[in-house]
Design a protein around this ligand. Sequence first.
Ligand code: FAD
Length: 369
Amino acid sequence: MKVAIMGAGLSGLACAITLERFGISPTIFEKRSRVGDRFVNGEAILPVLDRPINDAYAYLSENHGIFLQPIANISKMKFYSQNSRGVIDGHIGFTNIRGRDEESFESQLGRQVKTKIIFNSDFTYEQLLQDFTHVVMATGDAAYAMKVENFESDLTVTLKGATVEGNFNPHDVSIWLDNNIAPMGYGFLIPYSEKEAAITIGYPDYPNTQFIDFESPLDKFFDRVCKDINQSLRITDTFGVTRYIIGLCKYPRLGNTFFTGNCFGAMMPAFGFGQLESILTGIYAAHDLAGKGKYEELVKPLIQSYHESLVIRRAMEKLNNHKLDILVSFLNTRFAKQIITNRRYNPLKIASHLLRPMIKNSRPKVTQR
Ligand SMILES: Cc1cc2nc3c(=O)[nH]c(=O)nc-3n(C[C@H](O)[C@H](O)[C@H](O)COP(=O)(O)OP(=O)(O)OC[C@H]3O[C@@H](n4cnc5c(N)ncnc54)[C@H](O)[C@@H]3O)c2cc1C
């Protein structure tokens, strides 16, 4: 068996580590010159979106021999809407760093891989297919899956972000739900040290989200963050991802090709989270290759989560700022805290079940330009 992994990101590296554990030596092809050679970003893993897995770090190490360290545990999540504030305390999740940093997820996984990585690769999928018995597509986007007509897109999103300097509590994460800042979307502040944080907004690309007075959404968000946290932050770096395709591949495995990570559809539509899902798809592809399970079966719970997350996204898109104010106020209640922090509940499942009737026949079309 000769396995090529295309992409040394979360899913590709997780796949390689798992294959090595099963005695299979893949070859990794990475287009960049080193592992994690992309913008630095603070990201998070929230159990509320991943249940029944409550602690991704414990789960991955104990069940799959993949060892990751977070930056910090999240003990407070602050919510901001146009006129309301909400706070949830408790064990809410973990933050981590991505990209060009020694402690980024990619760097940590890269240190666990023994397989040689071929950097600066310009091999195409078609070329790899000629030389290898199996190809794991782990390139972090839907491009190849779309090329082989194996991807169904539900929406595209624009993500804009910056690294900011200021004074942060690494255990506090903030979320903005305000259509004036991110129409039908969200804004995040995720610290990755006491001095640095990532601020990011994400919103879907629909005709009515392309505001005329929305020329520099990141500047607008930055001003709002400074005001709400009462600090004069300084931007040191910016990044942007436009028309990022969110959807699911039709067949997780097509012949001898496995679609993992974002190529599979790991990025969840509601809030754009997909790190754990990406790592899991890499692990599951390796399980199939080693004869330990069927990829199509193993990814079924992730497909289910994707659909639940899509219901929540569609419902979110119907909320005006007044309703978002009500939602954020509700987050101050003990009931909301219970649902978010109590590991017995699966809020994604409950919310999608309750919201499904509300979103029937209301699927906005992806903007075509
Ligand atoms: C701005 C932003 C914020 C996010 N925030 C969060 C968050 O807070 N929490 C969360 O859970 N998720 C978050 N996500 C989603 C999460 O980061 C992704 O779902 C996850 O990284 C996808 O992993 P992957 O393995 O598919 O791709 P990646 O980890 O991106 O790896 C893809 C790799 O493939 C390489 N590559 C690309 N093309 C080729 C090619 N042709 N040949 C060889 N190599 C190639 C790339 O260079 C890269 O190394 C965020 C995403 C973005 C964009």
